[in-house]
Design a protein around this ligand. Structure first.
Ligand SMILES: N[C@@H](CCC(=O)N[C@@H](CS)C(=O)NCC(=O)O)C(=O)O
Length: 203
């Protein structure tokens, strides 16, 4: 088994943090996608979406999509449960993880991919107006999350979960996207301090 990783990019980092929380170590191969190492027929055969991360199993099966990879490891190593305990908590975590991925992380990534000059060759067409249009959305999502976190310790409730991993990766990606985290969002900042203090945050 090996993980095709992608350096500091958000999606591979989600998987690395997940594995660190589980205490799992697997062989890793770095793919330099900024230099278009994924634009080869060989990589396209592994993942037609030409994105990282990808987990390659010993039988050759390729599992792409960061959440699919995390679910695979959750099945193999259920403790600590990062997708929830019991159907109700699992549904709540799924809800929050999707919100964090599709809304918060999605908007931050849109700002980065459509405005950062380094992404011009990968994000085709790069539409700067779309990047700009996502900036106010990011601030609305952050403000909403700040209000939610006034009520509880973690994104989806009282336990650290994959939703915290997705949200932490999103908040950390504000910097490359050129968006400042408003200091007025004190409950969000407190949560961020808590999750960043976990050893997995350096993964
Ligand atoms: N939904 C996918 C997204 C994967 C993705 O977009 N990966 C980026 C790095 S964060 C990538 O491979 N980018 C290469 C490119 O844009 O060509 C996941 O969660 O794994």
């Amino acid at each position: 088994m090996k993980l095709i990783d992608g350096g500091r990019a958000p999606s591979p980092r989600r998987v690395r943090i997940f594995l660190a929380e589980k205490g799992i170590t697997i062989p890793t191969e770095q793919l330099d996608f900024m230099n278009r190492a994924h634009h080869t027929q060989a990589f396209k055969a592994i993942n037609p979406m030409q994105r990282v991360p990808v987990l390659i199993l010993d039988d050759g099966t390729a599992i792409a999509e960061s959440v699919a990879i995390c679910r695979y490891f959750e099945g193999l190593h259920p403790d600590p449960p990062l997708f929830g305990r019991g159907v109700k908590e699992q549904a709540i975590i799924e809800m929050w993880n999707r919100r964090m991925e599709l809304n918060l992380l999605g908007a931050i990534i849109a700002v980065f991919r459509h405005l950062h000059p380094a992404m011009a060759e990968l994000e085709v067409p790069q539409v700067p107006q779309w990047g700009e249009a996502n900036k106010p959305k990011v601030l609305i999502y952050l403000d909403w999350l700040n209000n939610e976190l006034a009520e509880r310790e973690f994104i989806a409730g009282e336990h650290f979960s994959i939703a915290d991993i997705t949200a932490m990766v999103a908040v950390d990606f504000l910097k490359p996207a050129g968006i400042a985290l408003p200091e007025s969002l004190t409950d969000l900042l407190r949560w961020h301090g808590r999750v960043k203090a976990r050893p997995s945050a350096t993964a």
